[in-house]
Write a protein that binds this ligand. Structure first.
Ligand code: NAP
Length: 342
């Protein structure tokens, strides 16, 4: 049995992760952490759990966790995660960090977009970007895994195969993405309060969302050249899910069958990416509470513009589900273990 710790177990991604790990046959949860003074019975956070399950979320010291767990999941806010990742990595643990602290290879980009200093820049070289569909072989060997962001997961999966096959103009990518409110985490902010969100819909951080360089980094890798994108996130008045509508210009002479072929080539063996036939588009309900990314596409007849729609559950394929997928790859479990819907 693999022993696992979840740091930040009271947050949205932490709770989702614990739910998956509890039904994973190869894993035993040995530490669940909070900064709060009082111990919290796990059943208080996840009331459907059986009474017999007496796990508690509590304060743990570094050395207690080091003794208790072989693998450490960090469900902590960015900046908090980098020092914790460094300490456990140095202690020889496998670390899967759900925050943004290890995702960007260039610390200058991190500091520019997150407006904080990166105090552990050396880790950025070591960390492997945990998007299995692009980096599976590296993930299998990685001790430090930077779990991707939610918007980047939806966007990259909808675009990367098309760049790899040279089918679209790399400078023509517009990503119009909408997320449920759980994407912002459990802490309250003025913009995520019920009265601001309910019956409302708005764009935010237009042209300056911190996930932009992460999307560009992965797409540049796929294209083999620098790629820039226009990215506009929106907040939906729902709990969970991301729908990204992506507009791109096709290269001269490229037609819909080539797009279908590129997606098929990239994803036909992928356990968590499902493709729709041309002209059929997925909805949020198709993927909510699952680890799937569903992708549909069509070519707009008047303009010849390619439109891709990519949907995920932000807390699963966009966070905790993908983290378990990465753990499965790293530890040699079946990739779908704990993540099957039936
Ligand atoms: N929500 C998503 O859809 C999503 C998707 C992808 C990635 N992520 C990333 O995953 C990480 C966790 O996200 P989340 O949505 O689970 O956040 P969250 O709901 O706000 O939970 C974060 C948890 O971290 C703990 N924590 C420890 N040190 C903290 C500190 N200094 N300040 C605040 N909280 C602290 C808190 O637990 P205590 O208060 O009990 O100590 C809190 O419950 C973040 O880095 C986020 O960017 C989130």
């Amino acid at each position: 049995m693999l022993t696992c710790a979840v740091l930040g177990a009271t947050g949205y991604t932490g709770i989702e992760l614990v739910k998956i790990l509890l039904r994973h046959p190869g894993v035993r949860i040995t530490a669940l952490t909070t900064r709060q003074k009082e111990n919290i019975p796990l059943r208080k956070l996840i009331p459907v759990l059986p009474e017999a399950l007496d796990l508690e979320v509590k304060r743990w010291s570094f050395s207690e966790i080091r003794r208790a767990a072989e693998l450490v999941f960090l469900c902590l806010p960015h900046t908090e995660a980098m020092q914790t990742a460094e300490a456990f990595h140095r202690a020889g643990k496998i670390v899967i960090d759900l925050s943004a602290d290890l995702r960007l290879k260039d610390w200058r980009l991190y500091e520019a977009w997150y407006q904080v200093r990166h105090t552990h820049r050396g880790l950025l070289k070591t960390a492997v970007y945990g998007l299995p569909e692009l980096f599976r072989s590296k993930i299998r060997k990685a001790d430090l895994i930077a779990n991707p962001g939610c918007y980047p997961t939806a966007a990259i999966l909808g675009i990367a195969p098309l760049l790899r096959e040279g089918l679209i103009e790399p400078d023509s990518i517009n990503i119009d993405a909408k997320s449920g409110v759980s994407g912002a985490g459990r802490k309250l902010t003025p913009a995520t309060q019920f009265c601001e969100v309910d019956q409302n819909f708005f764009a935010y951080k237009v042209g300056r969302h911190q996930h932009t360089p992460e999307i560009e980094q992965a797409l540049s890798f796929a294209a083999g050249r620098k790629v820039r994108v226009a990215f506009v996130p929106h907040l939906l008045p729902i709990e969970r899910g991301i729908l990204a509508t992506i507009y791109m210009k096709l290269k001269k002479g490229v037609r819909a069958p080539a797009i279908a072929q590129a997606f098929k080539k990239a994803y036909s063996d992928e356990p968590f990416v499902r493709l729709r036939p041309e002209g059929e588009f997925p909805a949020l309900k198709d993927v909510q509470r699952t680890n799937f990314c569903d992708i549909g596409f069509g070519v707009e007849p008047k303009t010849g513009r390619l439109i891709v729609v990519s949907v995920i559950d932000n807390l699963l394929k966009g966070a905790s589900g993908q983290a378990v997928q990465n753990m499965n790859l790293r530890m040699g479990f079946q990739e779908e273990e704990g993540l099957r819907v039936w």
